[in-house]
Write a protein that binds this ligand. Structure first.
Ligand code: ADP
Ligand code: MG
Length: 238
């Protein structure tokens, strides 16, 4: 198998507060994988740990075959990993263009211009907002900016934490279509999503987390079709 990411029996948390109790998860090259699960079960913590922002205690984390557990975020970015956080994912007092530049700190001016034109291609809404402060953007436009910023270093593996939370159905649909398009451009995707049905419909595989563990994994369709998982996690009883 051609794994981009392979986490084996990973334990982690925040300093001494253990949250992740042995996670096994992999993403193959070109895959779109979604993690779902109830609030507080460690989904965000897992992504943060993969990106060097939460504490790793034990277990192996391999990126394209090399061990990266405990690596610092800047080294992970240089490897081709990028991440869109769940909250506070833009700098509200900076303009759209300044936000994009913040995502391009290691890029040359021409790479930066190239990145900005790619963002505008994917999100034409941003074109006329370049000089507006991010605080003036709608929720959907902010997510577009946050995703664009994460794409500036041209990652090969992108993690996104609930990018459609609190968006209108139209924007939810659009953002997931954009993520799917990124996958078709060859970027491997690991998504945490509350709108489970919407994202699983586009995913190859899914993981269900509970209490800092994986309680189910399989083809995305097997989660969508499983009545127990469906009732609990897909919002039928929520
Ligand atoms: N910075 C932090 N320090 C300590 N505990 C945290 C921190 N962030 C989150 N937690 C705790 O970690 C647990 C898992 O949170 P989180 O990973 O955000 O869950 P999810 O994303 O699945 O809703 C929760 O109990 C939460 O209170
Ligand atoms: Mg979360």
């Amino acid at each position: 198998m051609d794994y981009v990411l392979e986490a084996s029996d990973v334990e982690g948390g925040y300093d001494k507060v253990k949250i992740l109790n042995g996670i096994d998860l992999y993403v193959e090259r070109g895959e779109f994988v979604t993690i779902i699960g109830p609030n507080g079960c460690g989904k965000s913590t897992f992504l943060k740990m993969l990106f060097g922002l939460a504490t790793h205690y034990n277990g192996s984390i391999k990126y394209e075959g090399s061990e990266i557990a405990g690596w610092r975020t800047d080294r992970l970015v240089n490897l081709g990993i990028s991440y869109v956080p769940q909250v506070d994912n833009v700098f509200p007092s900076l303009s759209v263009s300044e936000n994009l530049q913040m995502g391009a700190i290691n890029l040359s001016p021409s790479e930066m211009r190239n990145g900005i034109s790619k963002s505008i291609e994917m999100f034409p809404e941003l074109k006329f907002r370049m000089n507006d402060v991010a605080a003036s953007l709608s929720g959907g436009e902010r997510q577009m900016l946050a995703i664009s910023r994460a794409l500036m270093p041209e990652p090969s593996f992108l993690m996104l934490d609930e990018p459609t939370a609190a968006l209108s159905p139209r924007y939810q649909q659009q953002i997931l279509e954009n993520i799917d398009e990124l996958r078709s451009q060859g970027i491997s995707i690991l998504l945490v999503e509350q709108n489970a049905r919407l994202s699983l419909e586009r995913s190859d595989r899914g993981y269900v987390f509970s209490g800092g563990r994986v309680v189910y994994t399989g083809e995305a369709s097997s989660i969508l079709d499983n009545p127990d998982l469906g009732n609990y996690f897909l919002g039928v009883q929520e």
